[in-house]
Design a protein around this ligand. Structure first.
Ligand code: ARG
Length: 465
């Protein structure tokens, strides 16, 4: 201990006065980077194992280090570890405690290593585990969507463009559109994981080290694909954090779009679905209210994740090689993006299978919006009418429908024939919503049989993960 009862700084040798108390707090990261402890310990054990193989540490020293670190892991897990701000970060806190408990061997652990390659290793290991957890949650959500699509493969709803009724689609088709967005997100995440999974350990401060280290061995011990190629790049690269946040931003953007639709659909104006009470909350003043808080909050949280992406891009912009203290600022955005994405995915994965579609309401809404107008035009074209003329004829029929409050399928043959003599009795087969969706019978189309097949392919792709 130093005079003022603070632990001695591991780098204190060349300093002649104590760190200013505010500067100490300002520069410390231990309040947030302590969540890396597990991976810091794993990285240290791999490093010590390699140093032993290289003859830098003895077998006995390695054993002490390993036991010491495992006991520190237990203390932290049990909430019995006293984190010290004056030891700055997770790395120095753990190393100082190790030395306190095992003595000289603890002081040797940092041989051939720097906190610069140490932290770059820790964050990659930590993110790799979190990415794997996120992959699982994403898969759970996608499974829910594919199941729902399969169940509702022929449930008719209005499809929209400009949020105006356009053509009928099936609810299953709509769920599979969401599925596809997430399918691309999953691909982006896997891609990020691949590029992240290289070991910077051994880059040391920036130039490498004079000890006979074996970077391939530590990479292998830690489950990395290989060591990184360039020591300067290794300690300064944070692309993986940016890539992760880019993935997270796009995912959140997708979930905000789903949220928006869920919010619309639960309104009494749309009234397309019911969300069970357990996913909603009430109002303290308006007794009738049931609010879709979960989707609203997911929609809102998109903002903070987008913010983290911009924070990281700006953090890295113009940084000279190699490590700079700026890089300490990578952690909070990454941590919060991870926490937010995990929570939002969990909420959605729980909620999606519980959606109760109101089939009659959606069917009625599709009918009210003249959603088979394009089908009538296509019918006329098949009978030899030019598309532009057909468009005009149907436009007039719709205007008549607006006046009389009738859907096209509810008009009599003679009513329809006011607009074109080409229309015959067989028109009614195409004017029904069922006829309309069934006719879009090609891959990617909304025909129920296509939706069923697409749901099957979706599930097969999940099974192959
Ligand atoms: N806490 C630091 C960080 O998060 C660890 C690396 C510090 N290295 C240094 N030379 N000050 O980036």
């Amino acid at each position: 201990m130093s005079q003022n009862d603070q632990p001695i700084k591991p780098w204190g040798g060349r300093f002649s006065e104590a760190t200013d108390a505010f500067v100490e707090r300002f520069t410390a990261s231990v309040t947030f980077d302590q969540r890396l402890f597990h991976h810091d310990i794993n990285g240290s054990i791999a490093h010590a194992t390699m140093l032993t193989k290289a003859g830098v540490l003895s077998q006995d020293e390695l054993q002490k280090i390993q036991q010491g670190l495992e006991s520190i892991r237990q203390q932290i897990n049990a909430g019995q570890f006293d984190w010290s701000i004056s030891l700055e970060d997770v790395h120095m806190n753990i190393e100082a405690r190790l030395t306190e408990s095992i003595g000289i061997a603890g002081k040797k652990l940092h041989t051939g290593r720097s906190r610069n390659d140490q932290v770059a290793t820790d964050i990659r290991l930590y993110m790799r585990d979190e990415i794997d957890a996120i992959c699982k949650e994403l898969t759970r959500l996608q499974t829910g969507l594919a199941d729902l699509a399969e169940r509702e493969f022929d449930t008719i709803m209005p499809g929209f463009t400009h949020l105006q009724t356009a053509q009928p689609v099936t609810f299953g088709h709509h769920m599979l559109a969401w599925f596809e967005m997430l399918q691309r997100d999953y691909g982006r995440l896997i891609d990020c994981r691949k590029r992240l999974n290289y070991s910077p350990l051994g880059a040391a401060a920036l130039a490498g080290t004079t000890y006979p280290i074996d970077r391939h061995y530590t990479a292998e011990l830690l489950g990395f694909t290989a060591p990184t190629e360039n020591s300067l790049d290794s300690v300064s690269d944070r692309d993986f954090a940016i890539e992760f946040c880019a993935f997270a931003s796009i995912l959140m953007t997708h979930m905000s779009r789903m949220s928006e639709e869920l919010v619309l659909w639960t309104s009494s104006q749309f009234n397309f679905i019911n969300l069970p009470d357990r996913f909603c909350t009430g109002s303290s003043i308006m007794p009738q209210k049931k609010n879709p808080d979960v989707p609203e909050l997911v929609r809102g949280k998109t903002g903070r994740v987008n913010g983290h992406l911009i924070a990281l891009l700006t953090l890295m912009k113009s940084q000279p090689l190699a490590y700079n203290k700026d890089n300490q600022e990578d952690k909070e955005p990454v941590f919060d993006a991870i926490d937010t994405v995990k929570d939002c995915l969990r909420a959605f994965a729980d909620m999606i299978p519980a959606i109760q579609p109101k089939k009659d309401r959606m069917h009625e809404a599709a009918k009210r919006g003249f959603s088979t107008a394009t089908d009538l035009a296509d019918y006329l074209v098949r009978k030899g009418v030019a598309f532009r003329d057909a468009h005009e004829i149907v436009g007039k029929s719709v205007a008549y429908g607006v006046q009389t409050g009738k859907d096209l399928s509810e008009m009599s043959l003679s009513e329809l024939q006011q607009f074109s003599k080409t229309i015959e009795q067989d028109v009614f087969a195409v004017l029904t919503l069922e006829g309309s969706v069934a006719a879009r019978n090609h891959i990617g189309g909304t025909a129920p049989l296509q939706v069923k097949a697409a749901a099957g392919r979706a599930k097969a792709s999940l099974a192959g993960r």
